[in-house]
Design a protein around this ligand. Structure first.
Ligand code: UFG
Length: 349
């Protein structure tokens, strides 16, 4: 069976990706330091797939530990590198921590790939690299904007580090997937998002409000230049997103791929306003949400959604789930999470 090393494999997107690799017949090897995830995620993966993946508790910034793991798994055909810090606001408060974790982690992974002859990389990038694009939907040809946060800057710099490394090491190939807004959970409700403390992102804030942990959702601004005044994002179901990684690994190693480095937008191709997401949640779940219109949140862009033509054509991948299916899956997961909270919730601060 073909081995794939998945860093951050017990995290939100990582765990869903592990499931899709197992479903596609691969053998995922997880590396995670459990700083923002829980070991019990492995139980969820096992319940869904019937397989318990190999797991290493290790930090990607620990190059000695990475050397050992890559030595033991030098027959892997690719690395899918998720492990990174991801909270935009926190990155403004702790920029050095973000640069250290996200860049040192990537550098170590690339070094170990070179050393142990693991030649394929799929990297978690973000639509944040585009900032507020002038032309929508945003294609991969859109130039990078100045990063809004240290987190966003780590994604830009990471793509550059990968490209420079590839130029010096012809055997390596890499794909960057630029995610739009991942939401939802596996339809089984055995795995999903485990936000650390008060959520910053829209979907977990909605589900936590609906279940009664938060009193009221604040909609950050309704005076934007959009049909209902609230910002537009491209909300992609996390299972669809996970499948894009399987498609990327297949493409990376196929004869069709004549590029050493390539990059793809991973979204639905459709923008939704905040109010549309709320309406979808209420429609799909039958639960009424308590929300109010509040002021704009600093740093928010007005609108962005993906042109996914390149991923559709080249990777043969397309988002399939509807927004209603996705908001319902987030709710089913939230309900299960509260029943299983002692086992699953990492920590609150
Ligand atoms: N929002 C609210 N209330 C909330 C939370 C969010 O109204 O309590 C709104 C935001 O203003 C925004 C939309 O919901 O309009 C989506 O906000 P999220 O925080 O869920 O997502 P962002 O688009 O701000 O950020 C996401 C990722 C980042 C990534 C960024 C790239 O979380 O990692 O997209 O644009 F950098």
């Amino acid at each position: 069976m073909k081995k794939i090393i998945i860093t951050g494999g017990t995290g939100y997107i990582g765990s869903h990706t592990v499931v899709e690799f197992i479903n596609a017949g691969y053998e995922p090897i997880i590396i995670d330091n459990l700083s923002n995830s829980n070991i019990n995620v492995l139980d969820g993966i096992e319940k869904i797939t019937g397989k318990r993946p190999t797991f290493y508790k290790a930090d990607v910034t620990d190059n000695f530990a990475m050397d050992k793991i890559f030595y033991e798994n030098d027959d892997a055909i690719a690395v899918v590198h998720f492990a990174a810090s991801k909270a935009v606001g926190e990155s403004v408060q702790k920029p050095l921590m973000y640069y250290r974790n996200n860049l040192n982690g990537l550098i170590n992974i690339l070094e170990q790939m070179e050393k142990h002859g693991v030649n394929g990389l799929v990297f978690s990038s973000s639509c944040t690299v585009y900032g507020q694009p002038e032309i929508l939907p945003v294609t991969e040809n859109t130039p990078f904007a100045k990063a809004e946060s240290p987190y966003g800057n780590t994604k830009k710099i990471s793509e550059e580090i990968i490209q420079d490394t590839l130029k010096a090491t012809p055997a390596l190939k890499a794909i960057a997937l630029r995610y739009f807004n991942p939401i939802g959970a596996h339809p089984s409700a055995y795995i999903g998002e485990l936000p650390n403390g008060t959520p910053n992102n829209l979907m977990p804030y909605i589900t936590q409000t609906a279940i009664g942990i938060r009193e009221c959702l604040s909609v950050f601004g309704n005076d934007y230049n959009t049909p209902d005044g609230t910002p537009i994002r491209d909300y992609i179901n996390v299972v669809d997103l996970a499948k894009a990684h399987v498609a990327a690994v297949k493409y990376l190693n196929s004869h069709k791929n004549d590029k050493q480095f390539d990059f793809f937008n991973i979204g639905t191709g459709k923008g939704s306003t905040v109010l549309e997401v709320i309406n979808s949640f209420e429609r799909s779940t039958g639960v009424k949400l308590n929300y109010k219109i509040a002021g704009r949140r600093a740093g928010d862009i007005e609108k962005v959604w993906a042109d996914t033509t390149k991923a559709n054509k080249v990777l043969g991948w397309k988002a399939e789930k509807t927004l209603d299916e996705t908001t319902l899956s987030a709710w089913e997961w939230e309900k299960r999470l509260r029943v299983k909270s002692e086992e699953l919730i990492v920590k609150s601060h």
